[in-house]
Design a binder for this molecule. Structure first.
Ligand code: ADP
Ligand code: K
Ligand code: ZN
Length: 436
């Protein structure tokens, strides 16, 4: 197999050259960050001056930046350039308190589009593809982030937007879509619409590549998507604080996500002690932008839990790989004394063939005790089955979840399509417990 890259000179940098580049870019980043109100004040208090970093390992001497800092300094406290140089903002919805906002100048947008093109290329997308971006445009970074990446790569883009499944299917069939991007929870629903229309995406579309991301999902979920659509599905990771998509991406080897280390400095820390953890161990991802001018962020705590996968990838890219995100540190909940991540439950469910595409975890107080009620959609042909089969399915799910998370759930089987869907990312947990 021949090795192919979007930017070979960056993607295959030897470790020492990569670190040299990071060092130069980090010092430049500190210098520009100091022009913002937030870092200007913080760094002068802590006597941190541009040029202080002589070795990349000294990053640990700098203070962390948190989402709360972004909120407290909303909207312009992190801006390193005058407003006349800023040409776009992206903002998270933020239903409570201040939203967070990220600003970009032209350099930042070009750099992001390039990283997105590099990411898509790395997952095997080419300029010969017809790429349908099934995702909300606007303030959400998945829309414009992918759009400019697809265009930079040179594939034919279809800016389809989110929702309206019948129209999505029509677009796919009219234009012969070969590649698409969507959030994984939506693809299950879209498949149900294909089925209802008497269509089979394997035969009735030309799809061969799906890019899935923006929300946590398990490998079992990915395999389901690959089977449903007859495609290969690649994991795409990003967060608006780090631009959005295009931060880390799976290559065609599908064994972890290359995180673009020429543009981001990556650390994994223990979220309790805040100390770095060795490669291979799980912890919180902390990131520093290395190529952003309008709004650099230094040691940003993402709250996402992952690990560095030790060793090299066969694809020849030297940028290290992170493992799929197991969840956010704030996703974890405690039930009956057990620490549970929603993805553990998804991992169990998606391996059970009778289970449909959606589920919901409701934490409730019942008769004074806290219970985890797991609502599980069952595939339609199964749901119409007899009570005995449903009962035994429910027991199987209960047992397997208990074995995985150690707490026994109450499993409720429901009809496919009956769990309420959110517009964007899936909501997996509701907590209705009466505290105390
Ligand atoms: P928006 O979706 O509005 O851009 P965010 O930037 O807050 O909102 O979303 C970023 C978050 O989404 C990440 O911090 C992470 O928790 C989650 N996320 C994004 N991509 C993935 C992925 N591939 N796997 C798991 N979680 C992901
Ligand atoms: K093209
Ligand atoms: Zn690779």
């Amino acid at each position: 197999m021949t090795l192919e890259f979007w930017q070979e000179e960056f993607e295959t940098l030897e470790k020492k050259d990569l670190q040299q580049l990071q060092l130069e870019r980090l010092n430049k980043t500190i210098e520009s960050a100091c022009r913002s109100l937030f870092y200007g004040e913080l760094y002068s208090k802590k006597k941190i001056k541009p040029g202080v970093i002589k070795d990349i390992s000294q990053i640990t001497e700098l203070p962390f930046t948190t989402k709360q800092d972004l909120r407290d300094n909303f909207p312009y406290g992190f801006l390193s350039l005058p407003k006349k140089d800023i040409i776009r903002l992206h903002s998270s919805s933020g239903t409570t308190g201040n939203p967070t906002v990220i600003f970009h100048n032209r350099h930042d947008l070009d750099s992001w589009a390039n990283l997105m093109a590099r990411s898509l290329f790395c997952a095997g997308v080419r300029d010969t593809d017809v790429f349908q971006n099934i995702c909300g445009y606007g303030l959400f970074t998945g829309g414009l982030g992918f759009q400019y990446g697809i265009e930079t790569l040179g594939a034919l883009s279809i800016p389809a937007g989110a929702g309206n499944s019948l129209r999505q299917i029509k677009l796919m069939r009219d234009y012969g879509t070969t590649a698409a991007h969507a959030i994984p929870s939506y693809l299950g629903r879209l498949y149900e619409v294909f089925e209802a229309e008497g269509l089979d995406p394997k035969k009735d579309t030309q799809l061969k590549t799906l890019v899935i991301g923006a929300e946590p999902h398990t490998d079992a979920q990915r395999k389901r998507i690959e089977e449903m659509y007859g495609v290969r599905a690649f994991n795409s990771f990003g967060l608006s604080e780090m631009n959005g998509p295009g931060v880390a991406f799976e290559c065609t080897h599908q064994n972890g996500l290359h995180i673009w280390e020429d543009s981001y400095l990556v650390e994994i820390i223990d979220p309790e002690t805040l100390q770095p953890v060795p490669d291979g161990e799980y912890g919180e991802l902390v990131m520093t932008t290395l190529d952003r001018e309008a709004m650099p962020l230094i040691r940003y705590r993402t709250r996402d839990i992952t690990r560095i996968i030790p060793g090299e990838c066969e694809c020849g890219r030297t940028h290290r790989r992170i493992d799929r995100i197991t969840g956010r540190s704030d996703d974890m909940f405690i039930i009956k004394g057990c620490n549970v991540f929603p993805m553990q439950i998804e991992g169990v469910l998606m391996k059970i063939p009778e289970v449909g595409s959606d589920y919901m975890i409701n934490l409730e107080t019942m008769n004074g005790a806290d219970e985890m009620v797991v609502e599980v959609e069952v595939k339609s042909d199964w749901f119409r089955g007899d009570i005995k089969r449903l009962d035994s399915l429910s027991k199987t799910i209960t047992r397997q979840i208990r074995d995985e998370v150690l707490a026994k759930p109450i499993v409720k089987l429901v009809e496919a399509g009956s769990i309420p869907k959110s517009e964007g990312k899936a909501i997996r947990v509701t907590d209705n417990r009466k505290n105390g």
